[in-house]
Design a protein around this ligand. Sequence first.
Ligand SMILES: N[C@@H](CCC(=O)N[C@@H](CS)C(=O)NCC(=O)O)C(=O)O
Length: 209
Amino acid sequence: MKLYDFALAPNPRRVRMYLAEKGLEVPSVQVNLRQGEHFKDEFRAENPALIVPALVLDDGTLLTETMAICRYFEALHPAPPLFGTTAREQAVIEMWNRRAELEGFLAVAEVLRNSLERFKDRALPGPRNHAQIPALVERGRLRVHDFFDTLDQHLANSACVAGDAFSVADITAFVTVEFAGWVEEKPREDHRHLLRWHAQIASRPSAQA
Ligand SMILES: N[C@@H](CCC(=O)N[C@@H](CS)C(=O)NCC(=O)O)C(=O)O
């Protein structure tokens, strides 16, 4: 088994946090995206999607998609449960994880990839080049703030993102808030529920993974 990782990238960080929470160690290889190592033939042959994280199983199966990789380990190591156990828990975690990805993480990515020079012609990850669309930057910033508002309101009545227990929804939301810092977007001081929760997650050892 081999995990393709890049220490500076946010999606691989979600997998590393997940593995740390589970106490699992997986052999990994760094793919330096900033130096374009994902475009090299060797990586392309393993993973034509040209993205990390990617997990190659011993039988050669390729798993891309952060949550697919986490779900693979969850099925093998169900305790402690990070995807919930009851039907209700699983659905609530799925809902908040998706919302964090779609409303938060992708909004930050929209700002970053459409503004930074190093993403010129790489506005979307993957094998095809895409030009930046500068108009998406402002819209992305608004979406990031909407997401902060949503989380803050929600966390007023919830210890964690998907209820009382820590879950993958906390991992995705936490990495999203950290990722937003890359584009100079931070929760406001009056987002006190969001800030309380962020400090709580940041104090977990897995936040250093
Ligand atoms: N939907 C994928 C997205 C993976 C992704 O976009 N990874 C980024 C790093 S965070 C990447 O590999 N980027 C390559 C590039 O920028 O060309 C997932 O959830 O894992």
